[in-house]
Design a protein around this ligand. Structure first.
Ligand SMILES: Cc1nc(NNC(=O)[C@H](CC2CCCC2)CN(O)CO)c(F)c(N2CCN3CCOC[C@@H]3C2)n1
Ligand code: NI
Length: 175
């Protein structure tokens, strides 16, 4: 099973690369890796398992965070209407997005970043994302709010972008 020791941290070159497309149909090895990533997220959201294996909780995980330079990520997140979005996706891409943006209250974090970095991370409020599932089926997802934010955070990892790259540096407010 994957644990925190498998997750690379800031400074590892994989976090700043543009990951390579996965050849389809996905190999058994790529499917196994993606399945393990999804399992990590589920484990990390189980209080007992998370405590036992000292896992930081996650709702998303991208292959570059394992030092794997491939365009694939896993998401396991529930939205405000209790809809569960649980996917392992190969070669995801955003095909449409709202002009409107949103951000996570309290900012974002990252399992590859061992420090708190405050600041709003602007994300599209709504996105349409296409990709290939673990069952090698093309899927088109229309996402909004938290799921949309999570998928955008993971897609950024496939392009070597960290959440704090998107925090605008405001001039300090003059009182
Ligand atoms: C929002 C949130 N971010 C958590 N961690 N950070 C991550 O997932 C990073 C990715 C997220 C950071 C901001 C957007 C994407 C990992 N990243 O670095 C991957 O690239 C959480 F753990 C979490 N939840 C809420 C739901 N809860 C259900 C019960 O179990 C605990 C779980 C905790 N919500
Ligand atoms: Ni991250």
């Amino acid at each position: 099973m994957l644990t925190m020791k498998d997750i690379v941290r800031e400074g590892h070159p994989a976090l700043r690369q543009v990951a390579e497309e996965v050849l389809l149909p996905p190999s058994d090895e790529d499917k196994e890796t993606l399945r393990q990533m999804l399992e990590f997220l589920k484990n990390s959201q189980d209080p007992e398992i998370a405590e036992q294996y000292e896992l930081r909780s996650g709702v998303g995980l991208a292959a570059p965070q394992l030092g794997i330079n491939k365009r694939m990520f896993a998401v396991h997140v529930t939205d405000d209407k209790d809809n569960l979005y649980s996917y392992g996706l190969f070669n995801p891409k955003i095909t449409r997005h709202s002009v409107e943006t949103t951000h996570l209250e309290g900012g974002e974090g990252c399992l590859s970043v061992d420090r708190d970095i405050p600041g709003d991370v602007p994300r599209y409020k709504r996105i349409t994302l296409e990709g290939t599932t673990l069952e090698n089926e093309k899927v088109r997802l229309r996402l909004r709010e938290l799921p949309a934010i999570v998928f955008q955070h993971e897609l950024d990892h496939l392009n070597g972008i960290m959440f704090y790259d998107r925090i605008e540096d405001y001039a300090p407010e003059t009182d």
